[in-house]
Design a protein around this ligand. Structure first.
Ligand code: NAD
Length: 366
């Protein structure tokens, strides 16, 4: 058996509930391929502040950096809202992303046929949608300099600079091409090259890099058109590659295609350890009640298998198990419509159903 070490950061609110379910599924899925997952758990976010006076300790950051991957629940809650910014739970997330050097965010947008009704789009438009948004995470206008607000000639002028270097574009584009190899082999690079210099460099760099990936089909699209195409014909996309701000906006637009925030996983990767977490927050309104939907955390564990452990089959098995559980009508409260063919389950029981489906002998992909 190969051994892999995963740093577990359950965090606050519903974080520990969904992470515990996701961990048991991760262990079972990897076990089927002779990979033993050893987990080490650390306080992170508000709970770490309560215990250590800081939202993340250096020991935790070191342990994360030295593990094979990090699985995170969620952080934050009203108890910590009034702390100084460096003590707030969100500060722990920023420090962790910086420590791990995660310059790429991966957000899959997959439509589960059983949940088609939860989306605001018509089923015939949504059916078959399966997109991966690859967003640059540490550059562009959110980090560019200069950044200031100044009085100029009696007026007030604010400036944010959009800056990208060729090497920043290349490294995230490589992640997109690599991801496309594990999917349907298509990358659509999204920019605003009719207006912006950074986008012209983006398009040129991605086009040049594509010669290293002759099996991947590369297309380009302007960001305004992409925003439209996502709601007009989302199934045309496989991998969407884009910069920080465009990716922020497009990934939130695309996430609404799926209907519920409790279903959305994410990964942040760079050249060191990868970080996997559900998109949702700590949901203080339902924390501690065994009501949270664990499927986003479970799907994040599937991404961990695919991108950090190179266990695509284990990832596929987890994703198929989620599909089967939904198709059988099992629902947590956030995706329960009350219809007769649905069964409302707690967090733990949803996890048990996924595990049952995963452990069926015929579920192990070759
Ligand atoms: P939230 O995502 O926690 O909750 C929004 C709504 O969605 C709530 O009604 C909640 O009950 C519901 N919801 C979220 N996840 C769910 C799940 N898995 N199952 C069922 N229902 C779910 O967002 P919020 O209320 O804006 O933020 C709450 C706290 O979480 C804040 O402190 C915020 O700063 C923090 N937050 C953390 C992260 C993170 O850790 N990455 C992300 C977003 C928000």
């Amino acid at each position: 058996m190969t051994k892999k070490t995963i740093a577990l950061l359950p965090g606050d609110g519903i974080g520990p509930e969904v992470t515990s379910v996701a961990t048991s599924i991760l262990k079972a899925a990897c076990g089927a391929y002779d990979v033993e997952v050893e987990t080490e758990e650390f306080l992170f976010g508000g709970c770490s502040y309560d215990e250590h006076g800081e939202p993340v300790t250096e020991e935790t950051l070191d342990a994360c950096l030295n593990s094979d991957a990090v699985l995170l629940g969620a952080v934050g809650g009203p108890k910590w809202d009034d702390l100084l910014s460096e003590h707030r739970p969100e500060a722990a997330l920023l420090k962790l992303r910086k420590t791990l050097g995660t310059y790429t965010n991966l957000r899959p947008i997959k439509i589960y046929s059983a949940l088609m009704g939860a989306s605001s789009l018509k089923p015939e438009i949504l059916e078959g949608t399966d997109i991966l948004i690859v967003r640059e995470l540490t550059g562009g206008i959110y980090f560019g300099k200069p950044r200031h607000t100044k009085e100029v000639d009696g007026d007030v002028v604010a400036t944010d600079a959009m800056v990208y270097s060729k090497s920043e574009i290349e490294r995230v584009a490589r992640k997109a091409f690599e991801a496309a190899k594990k999917r349907n082999g298509r990358v659509c690079s999204v920019d605003k090259s009719n207006i912006l210099d950074t986008s012209r460099l983006w398009r040129k760099t991605v086009s040049e890099l594509s010669s290293d990936y002759p099996d991947i089909e590369l297309t380009h699209m302007l960001v305004d058109n992409c925003a439209m195409q996502l709601v007009r014909n989302p199934k045309q996309f496989d991998v969407i590659l884009t910069g920080n701000m465009f990716g922020d906006i497009l990934s939130d637009e695309a996430s609404m295609l799926t209907g519920s925030i409790g279903m959305l996983p994410s990964a942040s990767i760079g050249d060191k350890t990868g970080l996997y977490e559900p998109v949702h927050g700590s949901a203080p309104d339902i924390a501690g009640q065994n009501k949270a939907n664990p499927l986003a955390a479970i799907a994040s564990a599937a991404m961990l298998c695919r991108y950090s452990l190179d266990l695509s089959n284990a990832a596929k098995n987890i994703e198929t198990a989620i599909d089967e559980v939904l198709a059988a009508g099992y629902r947590s409260g956030d995706i329960y419509s009350g219809s007769d063919d649905e069964t409302l389950l707690s967090t733990e029981l949803m996890g048990e159903q996924v595990l049952k489906s995963l452990l069926k002998p015929e579920s192990v992909a070759e």
